[in-house]
Write a protein that binds this ligand. Structure first.
Ligand SMILES: [Zn+2]
Length: 271
């Protein structure tokens, strides 16, 4: 698996719901973030090469923000052309994950790939009854990005939590969005969980996993998904990867007396 950096965004502390001002000051101090600065969040995508198929998990946020949109260049740097991609799997349809599906002209970047996402996710974003003043932009972006592939007959849904083939399976992590899916990659007894947006602000949410963000569609469910997953991956020492963890966004989770700690995977220099 190759981590692909799309860019980064600053997340203002106001998006954390229920955090006390004291805990935010403490989190910034502990992570050497200046008091007046926002929390930094990375945007990563992950390329899985099974030997027979190339699967890209999330596409970054090209065009969504000025500091995003580098995934295509980093894919090229990894020696892969968009036409080489067999499957694009979306963990969910938020614009920082799905906007890289289209180029500046609104054309499909991945001409040959199947776009795969959970049926729950697709159904949610194409249900206009769920659209309101607050989520209108996210709905329009999801419908545009996914719609182009749907129109071209390049879409295939999977059931949340089911095997999706080639050593890859969906892990149901609902809450952030209704069909939010983790991706478990297995190779023999080795496995890795791409947990997508289980964590947005690492400086806060490892130590305080009950903290949610304002753009969780169902904050309580998102909290439960995070707590359950932290517990499992810490107990079983499962390697994880996250879209908003510090690039390359891969590591382990360790249970502490209060909360958890993220231990990044060390770079290994290949011979
Ligand atoms: Zn995100």
């Amino acid at each position: 698996m190759t981590s692909l950096l799309d860019g980064g965004m600053d997340l203002p502390e106001e998006i954390l719901t229920g955090a006390t001002p004291e805990s935010l000051i403490a989190a910034k101090e502990k992570n050497f973030i200046a008091a007046g600065k926002s929390f930094p969040a990375y945007v990563n995508g992950f390329l899985i090469d099974t030997g027979t198929r190339l699967t890209l998990v999330d596409t970054g946020g090209a065009g969504y923000g000025p500091t995003l949109g580098n995934l295509a260049a980093n894919l090229a740097a990894a020696g892969v052309s968009p036409d080489d991609i067999d499957d694009v799997v979306l963990t969910h349809a938020h614009p920082d994950h799905a906007s890289g599906l289209l180029d500046h002209d609104g054309q499909r970047v991945f001409k040959k790939a199947n776009l795969r996402l959970s049926k729950d996710e697709l159904d949610y974003w194409f249900n206009d009854a769920k659209k309101n003043g607050k989520n209108k932009d996210a709905f329009e972006s999801a419908q545009k990005n996914i719609g182009a592939y749907r129109g071209a007959g390049q879409i295939e849904t999977f059931a949340l939590g089911n095997d999706i083939g080639n050593g890859i399976s969906s892990v149901a992590l609902p809450g952030h969005t209704p069909g939010h899916s983790g991706i478990r990659v297995s190779d023999g007894s080795d496995q890795l969980l791409i947990w997508a947006d289980l964590v947005h602000i690492p400086a806060v949410q490892f130590e305080h996993p009950a903290q949610t963000v304002s753009f969780d569609v169902d904050a309580e469910l998102a909290r439960q998904s995070r707590l359950k997953t932290f517990d499992e991956v810490a107990a079983d020492k499962i390697r994880v990867a996250g879209m908003h963890l510090c690039f390359p966004g891969i590591g382990h989770v360790v249970k502490k007396e209060a909360g958890y700690e993220f231990v990044p995977q060390m770079y290994e220099i290949a011979a």
